[in-house]
Write a protein that binds this ligand. Structure first.
Ligand code: ZN
Length: 479
């Protein structure tokens, strides 16, 4: 059993089981053997095959990202950041997805490799990847070294636009059922993979694109297999209005009514509650339903903030007792930046410096995500738990002075200070380089795939526009 010792770490974010919280510990040893943490404390006296000097280092738990779409989001760099439709309450989701989509599996493979590198380099060790299944997905995950929670997406309906002010649905229950069956096959194959780090999440894509029957059966399949379940809920005002039109209930009220909430259910976003200022529906029950159900929220501030929207507000969800996790819905795939943005937007929404603390977002990115995934062996540094660890370089200029290294990391340095990453006790990032994948090579392939995607846009767009007319460059190109 090979043992790695981090000797005399300046700082460790360790788990205090008695207080049930993360705490700083100074000048301690941290040892892990195979995939498990073996020792956290003073003066480790056991064997060690490898010794890492802990001087100038903060060891922290690997981060848990419970919402991402790596198979296509890198294609949207330069396209997505300022794209949206005012007539759709600012969201660009529906127009973008119709005009721009990963053209082939080579594009998906390039995107996933590129995104996985960004995630590892920002300290993510566990990833929920919500993607349409593609050939090579499981193998790339295994190669990456990430702890993968594969969430193969499927739906009964496809969105489409005929104008910029109405969302239409093309329904096929048979397509939804076929996707559901295929998703369970992919999940079973991931779990059976010999690397032992892969698992699955049952993932009907959106509350408004799946029939009640498909959602109920998906939730039952997750229960049966003791797997988490995820679905996008309350992610746009358009969706909220559509669900009220169909059922007389908000998306969260309807999800509760059909019995798909509860522990192990992760709601993608749940941003537009009935009380949200962009919705202002007459009921006042969504937050209490979320909290009482035990469902978790995957909060991804970046894509919404780009539309001018923020959660109202993270501290209120936390105070209500909602299990809060974080995700990287779009590029950049940088969970530390999401921690930073979430903390600042929460204070803006609450108009209160004390509404949230940076430790709330460390919790969300570690134990919150672990709870959402029903995994009490992740997200904490304590003996017997999984050796998913990040070593932060305190000498990084943006970490200095490192009086409070968690604040320095979240508010200043972010991924620039992430030096080494271990998953299941195996080193996957060393000295800011990903050991398992090739980001530079993936970047070349992503750029080529983006060109293929843009060429296809006029055939897909509802107004038959060229890509540069849907999303012009930010500056004119001069002669
Ligand atoms: Zn999403």
């Amino acid at each position: 059993m090979p043992t790695t010792l981090i000797r005399n770490a300046d700082w460790v974010i360790a788990w205090d089981a008695a207080a049930s919280r993360h705490v700083y510990r100074r000048g301690i040893d941290l040892a892990f053997a195979d995939d498990r943490i073996a020792f956290v404390g003073k003066d480790y006296a056991g064997p060690a095959d490898r010794i890492i000097d802990g001087a100038g280092v903060m060891a922290m738990p690997g981060l848990i990202d419970i919402h991402s779409h790596p198979h296509h989001e890198p294609l949207y760099r330069g396209i997505r950041e300022e794209h949206g439709l005012a007539n759709m309450y600012m969201t660009g989701l529906y127009e973008r997805g119709q005009a721009f989509s990963a053209p082939d599996d080579a594009a998906r493979a390039a995107c996933a490799e590129f995104a996985f590198c960004e995630l590892l380099l920002s300290g993510v060790t566990s990833l929920v990847d919500i993607s349409a299944p593609w050939d090579g997905w499981i193998d790339l995950f295994a190669q990456s070294g990430l702890r993968g929670f594969l969430a193969p997406g499927y739906a009964s309906a496809r969105w489409y636009l005929e104008t910029d002010r109405a969302l239409s649905y093309d329904w096929s229950e048979q397509r939804g059922r076929a996707g559901f069956a295929r998703a369970l096959e992919v999940i079973d194959a991931a779990i059976a993979h010999p690397c032992g780090r892969l698992s699955g999440v049952v993932s009907p894509m959106q509350i408004d694109t799946c029939t009640e029957g498909l959602l109920r059966d998906s939730r039952a399949a997750a229960h049966e297999r003791n797997l988490p379940f995820t679905v996008h809920v309350s992610q746009s005002v358009v969706e909220v209005n559509e669900m009220i039109r169909r059922h007389g209930l908000t998306p969260i009220q309807w999800a509760d009514a059909i019995g798909i909430l509860g522990p192990g259910a992760i709601l993608g976003h749940a941003l537009f509650l009935d009380t949200h200022s962009w919705v202002r529906w007459w009921t006042r029950t969504d937050l209490a339903i979320l909290a009482d159900s035990g469902a978790a929220v995957a909060h991804c501030p970046t894509p919404f903030a780009r539309y001018g929207q923020i959660m109202e507000h993270f501290g209120a969800y936390r105070d209500a007792g909602v299990t809060m996790g974080l995700g990287t819905d779009c590029s950049p795939h940088n969970l530390i930046e999401e921690m930073r943005k979430a903390s600042i937007f929460a204070r803006i929404a609450a108009r209160d410096i004390h509404a949230v603390k940076v430790s709330d977002f460390l919790d969300a990115a570690t134990v919150g995500g672990a709870a959402a995934l029903m995994r009490d062996d992740l997200g904490r540094i304590a003996p017997g738990l999984k050796a998913d660890l990040v070593l932060v370089d305190l000498a990084c200029p943006q970490m200095q002075p490192a009086r409070d290294p968690l604040r320095a990391l979240v508010y200043h340095a972010a991924d620039r200070a992430v030096r080494d990453v271990f998953v299941d006790g195996r080193q996957v990032v060393a000295d800011r380089r990903v050991l398992t994948l090739d980001q530079a090579d993936a970047a070349v392939r992503v750029a080529a795939a983006q060109q293929r995607m843009e060429v296809a846009a006029p055939q897909r767009d509802y107004r038959r526009r060229a890509a540069e007319d849907i999303v012009p460059l930010s500056l004119p190109v001069a002669d």
